[in-house]
Design a protein around this ligand. Structure first.
Ligand code: ZN
Ligand code: ZN
Length: 340
């Protein structure tokens, strides 16, 4: 099921599977406005051609297009809180990696461990904010069948502790482990917040709780490819321009479109697994020859200046265009532990 969905998602050049029972509170209520949408099985092949154009255009113009389209002025001037003006508090003794790549969070050391705290409020516009919020924007459909789920963004109390030397579980991360089914392995990430994006937003795993209608969730993303769960916990399951805006603000890239940015990194999971995109941290193209079933691999994480931030670090690459086999956050923990 995941597999056909994956393909369908790719069609929309945004991705997502489900999220543990989060956004489906209203699944029944809002019923899919796209009632005439063909069954998932058909979608995969049928819509590939049709929708590619539509959505590419939509996304580019509406979202990424901040710089080029009508929304440029709107988005930048009306978004009260952005990665540029949000509160970021990172202690002096925190490793350079976090100082360079994280915004809108508080980061401190607890012994050798890095502690990231976040309210999880996306520092960008979303129609999932309360209308009174300065970051609220009106609903804009990204295509047929897109809808707004009933949840609204609420501040969270995220606290994630990352050990300095995560212990490898020694798993062979193959298709039988990365099966898209929740509860099929004790090595899966849990449900709910399991990581933090560069812009302070929560990262969820790519699994849908049993009974969830993945097909409905797929269409509830806002233009930043995020949505809130029932607890108001806004999150991503895949790529988003949100984290890339941090890289832009840091002067590292100028294009924040996932798949087109000069450097793509999205965040870090609770076990220390890094989430990169279509590039390595220095902008090089990834060598996918040793990817596991969630596009994971181990090598040094080196930035554009040649600084090695992590040695032999497991990370995954989310890049639907180049590596369509896995288009989401990771399902399986490569390292032991998850303190979040
Ligand atoms: Zn979700
Ligand atoms: Zn890599």
């Amino acid at each position: 099921m995941l597999r056909s969905l994956v393909t369908a998602i790719f069609v929309f050049s945004l991705t997502l599977v489900g999220c543990g029972g989060d956004d489906d509170a209203g699944g029944g209520v809002q019923s899919n406005p796209n009632g005439d949408r063909p069954p998932a099985g058909n979608e995969t092949g049928d819509n590939t051609g049709d929708n590619t154009g539509d959505n590419t255009g939509g996304n580019t113009g509406d979202n990424t297009g901040d710089n080029t389209g009508d929304n440029t002025g709107d988005n930048t001037s009306t978004a009260g809180r952005t990665v540029v003006n949000c509160d970021t508090n990172i202690a002096d003794d925190v490793p350079a990696f976090y100082k360079k790549y994280f915004r809108c969070v508080t980061i401190s050391m607890d012994g050798d461990s890095v502690v990231i705290e976040s309210d999880g409020l996306p520092p960008h516009l979303s129609f999932y904010y309360e209308t009174s919020d300065e970051n609220y924007t009106e609903f804009v459909s990204q295509g047929d069948g897109f809808y707004q789920n009933p949840n609204r963004i609420e501040a969270q109390n995220i606290r994630m502790t990352l050990g300095s030397n995560p212990r490898v579980r020694g798993l062979t991360i193959n298709d039988s482990l990365v099966d898209g089914d929740v509860g099929s392995s004790q090595d899966e990430y849990g449900m709910g917040t399991q990581g933090v994006a560069l812009n302070s937003v929560a990262l969820f795993n790519p699994l849908a709780a049993p009974g969830d209608d993945i097909e409905d969730e797929l269409f509830s993303f806002d233009p930043y490819f995020g949505h809130p769960a029932q607890g108001g916990d806004y999150h991503y399951h895949t790529t988003s321009m949100g984290p890339l805006e941090v890289l832009e603000a840091a002067g590292l890239i100028t294009n924040t479109t996932p798949g087109s940015a000069g450097i793509e990194m999205y965040g870090i999971m609770c076990d220390g697994t890094l989430i990169l995109g279509c590039t390595e941290l220095n902008g090089d193209a990834p060598d996918s020859s040793d990817f596991d079933s969630q596009n994971g691999q181990v090598h040094d994480i080196v930035d554009e200046e040649g600084t090695v931030h992590f040695t032999d670090r497991y990370h995954i690459h989310i890049c639907p265009e180049l590596f369509p086999a896995h288009q989401f956050t990771p399902e399986i923990q490569y390292y032991d532990g998850c303190d979040i």
